[in-house]
Design a protein around this ligand. Sequence first.
Ligand code: ZN
Ligand code: ZN
Length: 597
Amino acid sequence: MRAFLSLILIVGMTACQTTPDTTVPTPPADRTGGAATPAPDPRFAAASDEFVDAMLATQPEWAIYQGWYENAGELTVPDAAYFQSRREFYRRWQRRFDAFSPESLPADQRTDLVLIENEIESSLWQLNTFRPWDWMPSVYNVAGPIGLILNTDFAPEDERLRLVSNRLKDVPAYYAAARENLDTPTLEHTDLAIAQNSGALDLLGQGLSDRIAASGLSAEEKSLFTRRLGNAQSVITDWIDWLTATRDRLEAEGSARSFRIGEALYQEKFRYDIQSSYTARELYERALAEKEKLHQRMDQITRDRWSAYFPDTPMPRDRLERVGMLIDHLSARHVDREDFIAEIRNQVPRLADFVRENDLLDQDPTRPLVIRETPLYMRGGGAGASVSSPGPFNPEANTYYNVTPLDDYTAEEAESYLREYNHWILQILNIHEAIPGHYTQLLHANKSPSLIKSLFGNGAMVEGWAVYAERMMLEQGWGNDEPEMWLMYGKWNLRVVCNAILDYAVHVKGMTQDEAMHLLTEEAFQERTEATNKWRRVRLSQVQLTSYFAGYAEIYDFREQRKARLGDDFDLKRFHNEFLSYGSAPVSVIRELMVSK
Ligand code: ZN
Ligand code: ZN
């Protein structure tokens, strides 16, 4: 309540010149009328709290990724007994939550219930049907949680080192179970496992030995730690050798499992991961249609603007060729490498102003976005931008917009990166990551804090919102409807659209590498390096590449239907505020709740 009051005060003070009182949150008119909202159910609140506690207590690795370190010193050994206990765990909780009917819960609890049920069903499906432990050697790696413990400052150094020492104790049992579980792996996930476990050896190398030596641990603790570390290194080395031999045998025999998961598994994974009202096939067809629409639109712009940029060059007859030429030409307009972060700092407040002046949705100036250079321990995947939100166990912390400076790039690499994030695309990136994309969505989600939604939130909704925000801002006049902006938007959006096409086509329809490269480089105007990376990613993941487009298409289609139905009563700001008020619930569920009001 206090946060709500201060929000009104601050918005009132800073925004009165342009919009006297419209930025003060007003409840939607239809919220007061209609059917009575059920009261919160304390039994449900208790059950979901207990479920979270039980998950954190029994899944130490997952808990570490959520920023909860109580059991961080325990390594889960993935043996048969463990899998059996997980099955029993989820069945037990499934019975408990079956007792609640969604209709008797208010919206925030109802959406929590949907997320919990999906988490349980999805986990049981992973355990019983998808079984990545049988064929994806890359699921076995002890390094991730250890890296987090070593690099996150949640406790004094000595305490964190003791946790690592304790985790290392069971590393031999861990890899013994891995060998026992693996049946027929894919070559791709075997290669990934070899590479990542080599990285694990690096993490457990000299740097860690130096930290142990410099620590305040007792001589006894140090020698125990060093012995465990030595054991872990030799076990991981053996594991890599075993994987390498397995890989060579599978390749020689031609007996590896295919990385393509096929239609049945794809549909099921799509159902659990996306929780969409579209089927996987419907979404694939929707993406194909979207690609064609984008091509047509981009071609129209190219024809209109051709003579302005190429007065002496005849326009190629091939549609994609001429669009590609104009994109290439325009990409030369970009900031200098040393101005990259400064330009982002400059743009973010302008985006906030635009959202306010155009009455697009509520913002919260009391929780500013801190733009910073990406911390060193988070770098490694090359340059990039990301938003890191405070975890659910640390609600007062800042939200950061991490931007990696281009310092480590050669002149040539920097130029290629800056052409990619050129004058127009950099603006779209800021919309996506910051305002009104990820950062704004997060602020709204935090207004009705739900541990369940923070921990089990729907990724397609979160990514879909950021992608939706890009188009919405341009439609509302960001970029002044400049054709060049829409052309670059087309290229940017084609990436999302083609990710979805690629994912389905590769896993379900057997798309070949050549066809994939054609789709990405010719039809989506990607550089060869980018397309090659994407081909690698689509073989290692399933459905994830589809989530961006799935969420986006569902939000956009819902808004258009809503507009058509409400006519003059449709209000964009009210739509956005209400849509975001349900937190990171699946779009299909938010839609159902909004429609039923
Ligand atoms: Zn340049
Ligand atoms: Zn995103």
